[in-house]
Design a protein around this ligand. Structure first.
Ligand code: 4GY
Length: 387
């Protein structure tokens, strides 16, 4: 950990790694912490008391009860969502076993998270811990430079990264895909998404069943659109975004697939604690929203921002069923953001239209960066388990 990026992170104080030797908490003068397994069998088992005391010593030092992660192959394999959620913690205790493992009783009393780094068996948990620390560190502010960090992570959408190229333009008779030299950022983003999908199909088809195309639909006061865009971007790199204050969209047929995720941002979602108050210029976000090409959406209209650049006013007199006349799901997961009232109305309607409401989110999430990030993580976690 002392070299390269993690080394720099330790030196600049972004992360700190302390180790606790369980042997220091042995109850015996031999300093041993292992004993024979009850019921017989090969190998040794780590005793509960030294492990318990070691964990308690950390709690006493930091003055609170941190999450305690046990590294074991008998757990769900670590993924990027879990990494990001652990990175929100101020302190993390990582418990590493040896021999045949640790007495079950102390695990039950102290461990909050069981994590595996892969389906193979190591001699101890330490290498797993290093992997976890390394992956988590990337999400700690100050660890990556602006250059190194990306708002969007490979794997955030359960897709593999697209191929990367640098100079020279031609190398060993192979040229860089011309689109990357075109300067057309929308086209490049589209190409990268396609490449990511292709690559995932070829190399990791298992990831695709947990990969959702996010489609955000917002309506309501000015600011709803911008809030919808913010939430969409923290959930997915390739999200689509649509402002349903627009009359034309209201008339469009939008049939969402089982692999789409509907993010519905409704009134109440752009209140006073909004990240982008209504008075802010450009708050409606119409200019910045990229055209939303909806694959599989029937009807002639293909782009959401085709109508021009002025903000569209919210007309509260349009009834729900009218506004969403053309909106249909097919076992499509949906996340609802808005006032309790609005959420109530929307869920009944959406369930009828064959959407499955998997989460209800309070508009308070637009009150700040970390609230928004945690909501996005929560949503990603829920879709992952929706299947
Ligand atoms: N795989 N992922 C792993 C591991 C070693 C006996 C319990 C893994 O995270 N840790 O193989 N750990 C075993 C060794 C005690 C941990």
């Amino acid at each position: 950990m002392g070299t390269s990026i993690t080394g720099r992170a330790i030196k600049n104080g972004s992360i700190r790694v302390d180790t606790v030797n369980i042997r220091d908490f042995s109850t015996r003068k031999t300093m041993r912490v292992d004993d024979y397994p009850y019921g017989g069998g090969a190998g040794m088992v780590m005793e509960p008391e030294p492990v318990f005391r070691a964990v308690k010593s950390v709690e006493a030092r930091i003055g609170r009860k941190p999450r305690v992660v046990y590294m074991t192959p008998q757990a769900r394999v670590l993924d990027q969502t879990k990494v990001e959620s652990l990175a929100q913690e101020k302190d993390l205790v990582i418990l590493c076993g040896h021999y045949e493992g640790i007495d079950e009783r102390v695990l039950q009393e102290t461990v909050t998270d069981y994590i595996s780094i892969g389906d193979y068996v190591l001699t101890g948990g330490e290498l797993g811990a290093l992997v976890l620390i390394d992956a988590v560190s990337r999400f700690v502010p100050g660890v990556l430079s602006n250059e190194e960090s990306s708002q969007f992570e490979s794997l955030q959408d359960n897709l593999l990264e697209y191929p990367q190229y640098t100079r020279p333009e031609v190398w060993h008779q192979q040229s860089v895909p011309p689109i990357l030299l075109s300067g057309d950022h929308l086209k490049i983003e589209e190409w990268r998404h396609e490449e990511s999908l292709k690559r995932t199909k070829e190399r990791r088809p298992d990831l695709l069943k947990n990969s959702y195309r996010v489609i955000c639909v917002s309506y309501g006061e000015p600011g709803a659109a911008e809030n919808g865009r913010l939430l969409t971007e923290s959930v997915s790199r390739y999200g689509e975004y649509m402002d349903y204050n627009r009359r034309k969209l209201q008339k469009t047929l939008l049939r969402m697939k089982p692999w789409n995720l509907l993010l519905l941002v409704m009134p109440g979602a752009a209140g006073e604690d909004s990240a982008f108050p209504a008075e802010m210029p450009g708050a409606a976000g119409v200019e910045k929203a990229k055209p939303a090409a909806i694959p599989g959406a029937a009807g002639e209209e293909k782009t959401a921002s085709a109508e021009g650049k002025t903000a569209v006013r919210y007309d509260p007199s349009v009834p729900f069923a009218e506004r969403f006349r053309g909106l249909y799901g097919s076992e499509t997961p949906a996340v609802l953001v808005g006032s309790d009232d609005e959420i109530e109305k929307a869920s009944a309607f959406l369930e009828n239209r064959k959407f499955r409401v998997i989460a209800r989110v309070s508009p308070a999430v637009f009150g700040g960066d970390s609230l928004l990030r945690n909501a996005a993580l929560d949503i990603r976690e829920k879709v992952l388990h929706f299947h």
